[in-house]
Write a protein that binds this ligand. Structure first.
Ligand SMILES: [Cu+2]
Length: 141
């Protein structure tokens, strides 16, 4: 590769990276939280969780609309292990509500669980800064 080609390739890469890293801005003061259950609650299955969002709106995944997102329930996920530049994984511990749902009723294994809510944009990527709830800990009997 000649010098010009290397320079052009570097420009293309440099131009592409910021676009990949661009996250939808969150409005200042936006809050996501559990309406229910309360932190420390003891509950039995099926458990109903209600998600609250203040300051931004809920939109289904795939819908591009400023200042919106959809909920993700993170079950026993350490916030330190989240890479906020990447789409939120979809597995047993990361549940997407891409239809714009604001509550769920589900069965959880017996025991103590830490739950978090994290808003994601139309591509399931957290906002900048991330809109994440305080963790709550519940005991399922
Ligand atoms: Cu999602």
């Amino acid at each position: 590769m000649n010098r010009f080609a290397i320079g052009a390739a570097a420009l293309v890469i440099a131009g592409a990276l910021p676009a990949l890293a661009d996250r939808m801005p969150a409005l200042e003061g936006t809050e996501v939280y559990f309406v229910t259950p309360e932190d420390g609650a003891t509950v039995s299955n099926p458990v109903t969780l209600v998600f609250g969002l203040r300051g931004m709106g809920v939109a289904p995944a795939g819908i591009e609309h400023p200042h919106t997102g959809h909920h993700h329930l993170l079950i026993n996920v350490d916030p330190d292990e989240i890479d906020f530049d990447l789409p939120i994984p979809a597995d047993d511990r990361h549940v997407h509500f891409g239809g714009g749902q604001t509550e769920v009723t589900l069965d959880l294994p017996e025991g103590t669980h830490t739950l978090l809510l994290l808003l994601g944009d139309e591509f399931h990527v957290p906002h900048d800064p991330p809109v994440m709830s305080e963790p709550i800990t519940i005991t399922v009997e």
